[in-house]
Ligand binder design. Structure first.
Ligand code: CA
Ligand code: CA
Ligand code: CA
Ligand code: CA
Length: 405
């Protein structure tokens, strides 16, 4: 039996009529929680990746090679825009860059192997704006002349790449630590082709004079660098917070680090009586908000792999969930609401049907089964093949004794 699963996922089904509905509390992490998507016309629904929204752009970047762009993206088209916001995190101006925008830029031909090497990179620039309130926006400055020079060009050389700084969609997205920002002016001998972390373009709130922000907006710069079609324009992969703090928790937070006592014990494994559990000078809340392990001074991305689920449909039910990594597997279950019951140990799903179990797809296209009159279905998505699937609504670990179904 699948005990102790997140019963709140059933609530997603109940509000499934609204696209992208299903907003609920998630563990604190660096990944955005909400998306307003406004791809360019005339039919945004046929754009590359549109069928996988919003989950495809709300997780980490996909693993990519320097000369092959990530496909875990959605294309904005020429002039399209996307607004990201965070339910539990406030972006802060901390040391260095404060967030990274990942597009699927890649080297055209071999990437540089030496700081002096020239290179050609296939860019599709996007203008990046931030806001503290979702009303007043400020754009990161860029060189309009450089953008004009890049217009219609299928690849830019090193000099033009550097002149485009301030825009996103420039630096190739790679495979690596996606919590490490790249500095295009610095050759990183430990990186790939001199690029730090997983690449992408990093932005510092200090550049635009903001001490904190709640929203990031990306607007395709209409520079028409790609082939016309469903995938043209800015191909959005991910946005990752590097400096942020949790919003004030509703429950008791004894050490004032922004994480409730219960969440520290049950979710993050941190000390609820110590604001900096690993004594590295950064408090637990800020580490969790930046997808870093608050229990280890070692670097490396860390976050709770808790996929979200969005449902929609009429004749059949379509499920979409969060992309959590190129190697992640998922299980999608359907059950009968009448079989659900809760006891002191958690929630028992009853007998469930396995609809999907497999690698990093983020969509199940069509469940044609319908509940009988007076009955209801619930759906659960979870990461598969993990020692721990996640946490129950009372913050207890899920039982892992049962595979899909
Ligand atoms: Ca900063
Ligand atoms: Ca705390
Ligand atoms: Ca703590
Ligand atoms: Ca710490």
């Amino acid at each position: 039996m699948n005990r102790r699963v997140l019963v709140m996922l059933a609530a997603a089904w109940l509000i499934a009529a609204t696209p992208f509905a299903g907003e609920r509390s998630q563990p604190v992490d660096c990944l955005p929680d909400r998306l307003e998507w406004s791809a360019a016309g005339p039919d945004p629904s046929v754009r590359f990746g549109a069928a996988n929204l919003p989950g495809i752009v709300l997780g980490p970047p996909g693993d990519s090679a320097p000369v092959i762009g990530s496909t875990s993206v959605a294309s904005l088209g020429h002039g399209g825009s996307a607004v990201f916001s965070w339910a539990d995190v406030i972006l802060e101006d901390g040391p260095g860059p404060d967030f990274i925008v990942f597009e699927n830029a890649f080297f055209s031909g071999a990437g540089p192997t030496d700081p002096a090497d020239d290179f050609v990179v296939f860019v599709e620039p996007g203008i990046v704006e931030v806001s503290a309130d979702g009303v007043q926006w400020v754009a990161f400055p860029y060189d309009a002349g450089a953008l004009a020079a890049a217009s219609g060009v299928s690849g830019v050389d090193r000099a033009l790449y550097l002149d485009l700084r301030g825009l996103a969609g420039l630096t190739p997205t790679l495979t690596g630590d996606w919590t490490v920002p790249d500095d295009p002016d610095v050759w990183d001998p430990a990186g790939t082709n001199g690029i730090s972390g997983a690449g992408g373009d990093a932005f510092d709130l200090a550049t635009v004079g903001l001490s904190e922000a709640r929203y990031v907006r990306i607007i395709d710069a209409d520079s028409r660098n790609g082939f016309p079609g469903a995938g043209d324009g800015f191909d959005l992969d991910a946005v990752v917070v590097l400096n942020g703090r949790p919003t004030q928790p509703a429950a008791s937070d004894s050490d004032g680090d922004g994480l409730s006592d219960a969440a520290e014990v049950e979710l993050y494994g941190t000390d609820p009586a110590l604001s900096d559990s690993d004594l590295d000078g950064v408090d637990d809340g800020r580490e969790v908000a930046a997808c870093r392990d608050a229990n280890s001074a070692l670097a490396g991305p860390a976050h709770l792999a808790e996929p979200r689920l969005w449902l929609s449909g009429a004749a059949c039910t379509e499920a979409r969930w969060t992309f959590l990594g190129s190697t992640e597997s998922y299980a999608l279950l359907r059950g009968d609401l009448s079989m659900l019951f809760a006891d002191a140990g958690g929630v028992d799903l009853g007998n469930t049907t396995c609809l999907y179990q497999g690698p990093a797809a983020v969509r199940y296209s069509c469940d044609a089964d319908q509940p009988a009159a007076g009955e209801g279905f619930f759906y659960v998505v979870r990461t598969a093949n993990r020692e721990q699937y996640g946490w129950s609504s009372d913050l207890e670990p899920r039982d892992t004794s049962s595979d899909c179904p």
